[in-house]
Design a binder for this molecule. Structure first.
Ligand code: BES
Ligand code: MN
Ligand code: ZN
Length: 509
């Protein structure tokens, strides 16, 4: 996609353009149309009088442009009330405009919102970029009417240069969301632990340090909980450690730990066929953490951040872990593995312990497609948030609101600890279906050693077969990258390094 910021709406005159106006409940007709006379005004008045369009969020008018207008179609995109419209609303309106016309044959999308300040204009471009994501590398043919036709987005703003600079600043985050979605979309025969690690090592991110621990190194460290999960697979387990040290040397890092189960068959506690097909995206947490580090390094953010990815494949074979096995984790705590399908917490137990031991982080956040139970509790729009630290939980909730990704805090209910007590070991890895997301979080809490910690259970939000947000195409969502990126940058007061303001007006993404 090519983006252009311009202060000259007339220059767009193109027979292939879709012209999108933002429309509000309290200002239905965009001012530049309201003040004009002629066929465009007439056709819009007619459309408004013969439809139920009231400018509400999600409402839409798409009309073929009248003779004499040098555009293919005219769109009115409902945004709700004008007062209180935040950047997020503008971003979504632009994304919605793209989504509605992206395969209509129109080749140019011109977005007009009067007056679009630089931030609004950049938010529109960001929304279109997120909406334009596709994962089509394995398609060898596609019906031409399904192919996206829009390849150029033009945004009218009184401040095109500042808008370009603001968009440039937001691009690392968009790229990171693309990277995250790409990894989650990959099939499990292509993206297995060593391949995932290889891709992280291959990223061209100056200043990013990447280490990969293989099975021998992990065995020496005593990571038997993680290794037990991978032992039934012919693919080798990996622990990837990413470090972005953009902050002051003495500053303790923020740490992020991702569940990277590249395929979760359930192991010997094998899953039914229907739920197995989804389990290629059980590495979604690791993809979010990798995406976050990607964005921070690209954006040269002034913060010290560690990302740890626990990469395994959970498979049944003659060497696989058995329900009934007892493993000794790196922390020294013993775990009775009563269900080999509750594998994510075993991987995280060692990854979290290793993380706090080695880095002494100021805070630690894990991201994991951990339980089906969280999806039963909260559905697909909210991810579950657990934390042993109220201030951290509040920061995350605030970041989530600002970024339009929803979190809901659930309790680390001590009363449920008894469900994971084991008759033979210190703890067991599954406590039954009641409070399933909570007992999983309680299990993790035993491995954070008192460090300020939060756990995001993203099992319901990582993949959407039918997405409800225009900025999120169906499939891999990238949910979580924005929240964590906002958390890190806000923690340091928006400490993004400012590169020289770019002079370009067009951006190829
Ligand atoms: N990866 C799954 C959780 C999951 C379920 C993620 C659905 C995304 C969508 C996890 O490893 C798992 O298998 N959990 C089981 C645990 C139980 C049966 C032992 C679950 O929650 O059903
Ligand atoms: Mn599982
Ligand atoms: Zn899993």
């Amino acid at each position: 996609m090519i983006f252009e910021f311009s202060n000259d709406p007339l220059a767009s005159a193109s027979p292939d353009a879709a012209l999108a106006f933002l429309s509000f409940e309290d200002a239905l007709v965009p001012p530049e149309i309201g003040h004009s006379q002629g066929p465009l005004r007439e056709v819009i008045d007619r459309a408004l009088s013969r439809s139920r369009f009231k400018g509400a969020l999600g409402q839409f008018i798409d009309i073929i442009a009248p003779c004499g207008t040098s555009a293919a179609r005219i769109l009115l995109v409902g945004c709700g009330a004008k007062a209180g419209l935040a950047e997020l609303g503008i971003e979504r309106a632009a994304a919605d405009a793209y989504r509605r016309v992206h395969a209509t044959g129109a080749t140019i999308l011109e977005l007009r919102f009067d007056p679009a300040c630089a931030k609004d204009a950049a938010a529109m471009a960001f929304g279109v970029q997120l909406a334009a994501y596709r994962f089509d590398k394995y398609r060898t043919s596609e019906k031409s009417e399904k192919k996206p036709s829009i390849s150029f987005t033009r945004i009218v703003s009184a401040e095109p240069e500042t808008a370009g600079a603001a968009f440039q600043q937001a691009l690392p985050l968009a790229d990171a969301i693309y990277f995250c979605r790409d990894q989650v979309s990959e099939p499990p025969n292509i993206l297995y632990p060593t391949e995932f690690a290889r891709r992280i090592q291959g990223l061209d991110l100056p200043g990013m340090e990447v280490e990969v621990l293989g099975e021998d190194a992990m065995r020496q460290l005593g990571m038997n909980a993680l290794l037990g999960v991978g032992q039934g697979s012919s693919r080798r387990s990996q622990l990837v450690v990413m470090q972005w040290n953009g902050g002051r040397t003495e500053d303790p890092p923020m740490a992020f730990v991702g569940k990277g189960v590249c395929y979760d068959s359930g192991g010997l506690s094998i899953k039914p066929a229907k739920s197995m097909a989804e389990m290629k995206w059980d590495m979604g947490g690791a993809a979010v953490v990798a995406g976050l580090l990607h964005a921070l390094a690209r954006g040269k953010v002034h913060a010290n951040v560690v990302g740890i990815l626990g990469l395994v494949e959970n498979m049944p074979d003659g060497n696989a872990q058995r329900p009934g096995d007892v493993v000794t984790s790196m922390s020294g705590q013993t775990i009775e593995v009563v269900d080999t399908d509750a594998e994510g917490r075993l991987v995280l137990a060692d990854a979290l312990w290793y993380c706090q031991q080695r880095f002494k982080p100021r805070l630690m956040i894990d991201v994991a497609t951990l339980t089906g139970a969280v999806e039963i509790a909260l559905g697909q729009e909210f991810a579950g948030l657990f934390s042993n630290d109220d201030a951290l939980a509040d920061r995350l909730l605030r970041a989530a609101t600002l970024e339009g990704e929803k979190l809901w805090r659930l309790p680390l209910a001590a009363a449920l600890e008894k469900l994971i007590e084991s008759p033979v070991a210190d703890v067991k890895n599954y406590g039954g279906p009641e409070g399933g997301a909570i007992t999983a979080a309680l299990f993790l809490q035993r491995f954070v050693n008192g460090c300020p910690w939060a756990h995001l259970d993203v099992a319901g939000t990582t993949w959407q077969s039918t997405s409800s947000l225009p900025t999120v195409p169906d499939g891999a969502t990238g949910f979580g990258v924005r929240i964590l990126h906002r958390l890190v940058t806000d923690y340091y007061g928006g400490a993004v390094s400012r590169s020289d303001a770019p002079h370009a007006h067009t951006w190829t993404c």
